[in-house]
Write a protein that binds this ligand. Sequence first.
Ligand SMILES: [Zn+2]
Length: 169
Amino acid sequence: MVKKTTAKKQTSKTAKKTVNASKAETKKTAKTAAPKQKPSKADKTVKLSRREKVFLAIKQNLIAQKESLLKEAEETLSALPSELNFPDMGDQATAETDRNFMLRLRDRERMLLKKIEETILRIDNNEDYGVCEECGNEIGIKRLEARPVATYCIDCKTRQEEEEKIAEG
Ligand SMILES: [Zn+2]
């Protein structure tokens, strides 16, 4: 009688164990499928102000812009015609013009690229990004979204442009 009870107890215990094991398995699978994200990182995100959140979005955009610029520059460079490949003088002159045009274009791209990289660094280092170099006021979010590399607020920029116009006559 006593023996029988013990056996029954054992069986139910084993069954319970199996259930627990399969439960644990399910939990593990769900955890693996979810994207890796430490809770501490999530906490940090919550603490960000609206302005900081916009800065992060701007940074993401700048990184994407930088990548597409680099890709473009690479394609431009590989498309540059080599002077040696044009035995005819007329073709060579055309090729030279094309080459100069593309090099000038590349200069502009390089300058923009430099500005983008500087801006990304300023956001990363929290170095007064979004603060006007002239008056020290915050640059409006809308202006930063439209022109992330802006270093002057709209008032200072407008005044500068008016002064330039006057200087040009
Ligand atoms: Zn300003």
